[in-house]
Design a protein around this ligand. Structure first.
Ligand code: HSX
Length: 217
């Protein structure tokens, strides 16, 4: 898979606002929702096809255009930070089926020598995936990539391979992009920004802090 950034100016605008340490909980959450919606529109614009179809207006008939594949979308919510991000994505994909995976880093254990965290997975509920599906795994942060590679293992162990497998993040670290690309060649990574580095605690720098805490605490 490849890695790309969302180039829409509004995506950069929203991300800059939620990076700001002054942005409090409600504004942070709303910003993540808006960012999710913009990312959804960008996925539609960049990756989905349209088809021409006749439409009857009140005055005449004409050729209109519809987006194909909007009924074949699965959004996977990586609890908990992704919840507002997914709420935004659902505005772009209102008929998407949803999966939920509760996966989190064992922060106590810390990073191992390979820069990886142990991941605990507490709950997994996925809809059936078909070969026509575009599966979007949403998590605002891709740091070491430990969480996402674990989540991807659950998706790729399903019996059917989806047509498109997308990892969507707001902010990624180069380390996480490398880890996901090396372990999951089928997944394309889409991120609003790719930041500089990880600190010794595995936090993205400059980043936006802990997205889950900023949205929910
Ligand atoms: C945060 O850490 C995010 O929401 C992700 O779920 C996770 C990313 O860290 P990593 O596993 O990529 O290091 O809770």
């Amino acid at each position: 898979g490849d890695a790309s950034v969302v180039t829409h100016a509004l995506a950069r605008d929203e991300l800059t606002r939620i990076r700001n340490v002054e942005t409090e909980q409600v504004a942070f959450r709303k910003g993540l929702v808006r960012l999710g919606r913009i990312c959804g529109y960008e996925i539609i614009d960049g990756r989905m096809e349209t088809e021409y179809t006749e439409v009857q207006t009140p005055l005449t008939t004409m050729m209109g255009e519809r987006v194909k594949g909007l009924d074949d979308v699965v959004i996977v919510n990586v609890l908990r930070a992704a919840t507002p991000f997914v709420e935004g994505l659902l505005k772009a994909f209102p008929r998407a089926r949803q999966g939920v995976i509760s996966a989190s880093r064992d922060e106590e254990a810390g990073m191992n020598d390979d820069g990886e965290f142990p991941i605990s997975v507490d709950y997994v509920k996925l809809p059936e995936i078909t070969e026509d599906d575009t599966v979007i795994i949403a998590d605002p942060m891709l740091a070491t990539g430990s969480t996402m590679t674990t989540v991807l293992d659950y998706i790729t162990s399903e019996k059917t391979e989806p047509e498109n497998l997308l990892v969507l993040a707001a902010v990624s670290a180069p380390e996480g992009i490398v880890r996901v690309s090396e372990s999951q060649s089928d997944a394309d990574i889409i991120s609003v920004a790719i930041d500089d580095e990880l600190d010794e605690d595995g936090f993205i720098v400059p980043g936006l802090g802990d997205a889950g805490d900023r949205a929910f605490r």
